[in-house]
Design a protein around this ligand. Structure first.
Ligand SMILES: [Zn+2]
Length: 256
């Protein structure tokens, strides 16, 4: 089984696929900031570095797509959709489909607009020196992505927590990081890790936890056809990985 193998490879990541029974998909509300952490570990920044170096996928050198690239590739994309329509046995010339290739091409560019943005641009002017060492949690961030294996939507929610080490990020920027990585062709495991690594690289916090719970249309509409099945992935770095108390506090709070 692919999933259990992945679990063995990297114990810092948990993955559960289950039905919507509330145990992992409880009713979440907005943002929670925790104060008064009793005796929680303060973390060592150097540790965080060594923990994450193996999963670093630096956003500083990431590939991007420009608006100009979009304009240039739009006719080719549209032509490809015409081919798809013919391949499906449809008549691309019938009235209802006349503009479909252009609409679909434009929509696909929008669904993947994360390629047009860089994390580093989002972080500019949004990192603050702050003597705040309590856990910060933003939960229920809506996420829309595209499965890179089937080119159909993945959608769900992302919960992020981190334990600052003198630096904090503007809260809305966490949602922007999710947006940039999710609006690309993705697998949920990579999306989860990329978000955690980006926050780690930007802030060098004592620890980061990211949980993504998502519905994959490729699972819902074909294959197992379980309407309520959700896939839950998580990446824990730094103290979120090393200290069960910190991790449990995070997991409890995103489910409360
Ligand atoms: Zn898929």
């Amino acid at each position: 089984m692919e999933r259990s193998k992945q679990k063995q490879l990297n114990q810092s990541e948990m993955q559960v696929t289950g039905t919507n029974d509330g145990s992992v998909n409880g009713h979440f509300e907005g943002m929670v900031k925790i104060t008064n952490r009793p005796g929680g570990p303060q973390g060592v920044p150097g540790d965080t570095n060594s923990q994450t170096s193996s999963v670093m996928e630096s956003w500083k050198e990431e590939r991007t797509r420009s608006m100009e690239d979009n304009e240039i590739s739009l006719p080719r994309l549209a032509a490809a959709y015409t081919t798809i329509l013919r391949g499906l046995g449809e008549d691309p010339q019938r009235q209802g489909l006349l503009k479909t290739p252009w609409r679909a091409a434009t929509a696909m560019q929008f669904f993947t607009k994360g390629y047009q943005e860089k994390i580093i641009d989002v972080l500019n002017d949004a990192i603050f020196d702050e003597d705040h060492d309590e856990m910060v949690i933003v939960k229920d961030i809506d996420m829309f992505s595209m499965c890179e294996h089937h080119l159909v939507p993945i959608f769900g929610r992302v919960h992020i927590g981190y334990l600052p080490n003198k630096r904090v990020l503007g809260l809305s920027k966490l949602a922007r990081i999710v947006e940039i990585y999710s609006r690309r062709l993705q697998v949920q495991e990579r999306l989860t890790k990329q978000i955690a690594v980006a926050i780690t690289e930007a802030l060098q916090p004592a620890g980061v936890g990211v949980v993504v719970e998502a519905t994959h249309m490729c699972m819902v509409m074909r294959g197992v056809q379980k309407m309520n099945s959700k896939t839950v992935t998580s990446t824990m770095l730094g103290v979120f990985r090393e200290d069960p108390k910190t991790r449990d506090e995070f997991l409890t709070l995103i489910r409360s």
